[in-house]
Write a protein that binds this ligand. Structure first.
Ligand code: NAP
Length: 454
């Protein structure tokens, strides 16, 4: 299938791009591999200069770039501007900090000099999703390019314009041709590319199915692989929670990016003594959200990315309701064009319902009553995933119990889960392995070279 840009607010196809042919891919991979040999010799200060210029380009063209994101995947224009600015901020962060993160470390031994250095590893293939079409890529590319690697991007087939504009921004910023290359490549051709000797490593952000396929191909080729996959993050409301803060953030945590975020709060586990009040206030706020044209500043929730995604969410809700779940808000797709779905709150959900055992990648929340905090943690840990968790408690002992007890890559207390350039991002269990961002993330795609000089 070619790369299609479809406006989810209208359903219209806006642009189409053919897949690159085998010959074109061969030329682009060869160029990337050749560029790496030159680029790895460049100084941190040159890379930082190009990275800062890329940030300036994104900031300078903010409305135009944000509009592309909104028209291509449906996030609100406000959210799109926020995404672009976060990319620019992260580029500046790695421009400033990468050298210190990768400085040779001395480890005393009997040698006159011993320790580790962090060398770039080469051409890294990034297979990326559509939900944050710039941010997911920059989260990989800013550290990787600063480390001296070069990147090949296989973006999701519904965000070709975002892929092209990022490639263009890096090129105009001064990065040598071949440092960051967009490939219009169908998913079925990814495994063969991973096997190519010129590819050093691969990173994927996406679904479990894609993770299995990319992880298998990387394993077969014995190549380094980082996987950022799905999740069903719990949002735990403890007895000591401040509901004036927790309720609005529960809403934001569920509907940000129109509900299509891996780290969205998806299961709201509320202890008995706060349940009724939380459910009532949360449902009322979800019901009051404005769904509509994502370019309109008054809109809080735009469309889902595709008719297929909207239908999937609608079926998950219908399945739950037909098996006895209670609908507290939403539960339907508004009339008219576009792939909209009303923010929805379900309760009395059981594990035999799809909403009780699948990831809900849309604005649908499941609220569950738990007797104690211990039960909340048990339920939180009962899924196959372990990406993030958001905990709401003013009591320090309750906070600590959650921090220690929850099986997830990230636990945020009195805040919703978010990514930030300073902190590692990633999950455990079926949410994937490896980390992005921070010192840990930038080192994932480095050769940790041990040095011993007798
Ligand atoms: P997806 O279908 O897995 O697509 C993600 C990327 O993988 C796309 O570029 C896609 O290409 C490619 N792909 C799909 N199947 C592949 C295969 N068998 N081999 C190689 N590449 C393949 O993911 P999605 O459904 O669009 O995205 C939503 C999922 O991603 C959710 O589960 C969400 O939680 C997860 N996600 C995780 C994170 C995180 O950081 N942990 C962040 C965002 C999203 P095509 O478009 O050409 O199919």
């Amino acid at each position: 299938m070619p790369y299609l840009s479809t406006n989810p607010a209208t359903g219209e196809v806006v642009a189409a791009f053919d897949d690159h042919t085998e010959v074109e891919v061969e030329a682009l991979v060869a160029r990337a591999a050749a560029t790496f040999q030159q680029y790895r010799q460049t100084s941190f200060s040159d890379r930082a200069m190009w990275m800062r210029t890329a940030a300036e380009i994104l900031e300078g063209e903010l409305p135009n770039i944000a509009q592309v994101l909104t028209e291509e995947m449906g996030k609100t224009f406000n959210a799109a501007k926020g995404e672009v600015l976060k990319c620019a901020m992260t580029m500046r962060y790695y421009a400033e900090h990468a050298e210190a993160m990768l400085t040779e470390e001395s480890i005393p031994t009997s040698a006159s000099r011993s320790g580790v250095r962090y060398d770039p590893i080469g051409v890294v293939l990034a297979v990326m999703p559509w939900n944050f079409p710039l941010w997911q890529v920059v989260r990989f590319a800013a550290p990787a390019l600063m480390a001296g690697n070069v990147g090949l991007l296989k973006h999701a087939s519904n965000v070709p314009k975002a892929a092209l504009l990022l490639e263009d921004a890096f090129r105009r910023a001064g990065f040598p041709d071949g440092c960051f290359t967009n490939l219009f490549l169908p998913a079925r051709r990814v495994a063969a590319l991973i096997a190519d000797d010129r590819i050093a490593a691969v990173t994927l952000t996406g679904s479990e199915a894609a993770g299995q396929s990319v992880g298998a191909a990387a394993g077969h080729a014995l190549k380094k692989c980082v996987l950022e996959l799905g999740g069903s993050d719990p949002f735990i409301v403890c007895s000591s929670a401040d509901l004036d803060r927790a309720v609005p953030m529960a809403v934001t945590g569920r509907v940000q990016n129109n509900g299509q975020s891996c780290i969205a709060a998806k299961r709201f586990l509320v202890v008995e003594d706060r349940y009724d009040e939380f459910l009532q206030r949360f449902s009322a706020e979800m019901d009051a959200l404005v769904v509509g044209d994502p370019m309109d500043p008054g809109t809080t929730v735009g469309p889902l990315v595709s008719a297929q995604q909207r239908d999937e969410i609608a079926q998950q809700v219908a399945d739950a309701v037909s098996k006895g779940a209670t609908l507290n808000a939403g539960g339907f797709a508004p009339e008219g064009p576009g792939f909209f779905y009303r923010p929805t709150v379900l309760s009395d959900v059981t594990s035999d319902m799809r909403a009780g055992c699948e990831e809900l990648f849309g604005p649908v929340a499941v609220v569950e009553r738990v007797a104690t905090l211990a039960e909340a943690i048990e339920v939180a840990n009962s899924t196959p995933w372990g990406l993030g968790a958001s905990v709401w408690a003013t009591d320090v002992a309750e906070q600590e119990t959650c921090i220690r007890g929850i099986e997830a890559g990230m636990v945020f207390v009195n805040a919703i889960v978010a990514s930030t350039p300073e902190l590692p991002f990633g999950g455990m269990k079926r949410s994937g392995y490896g980390r992005e961002l921070s010192e840990l993330g930038i080192r994932e795609f480095c050769n940790v070279k041990t040095i011993f000089v007798a």
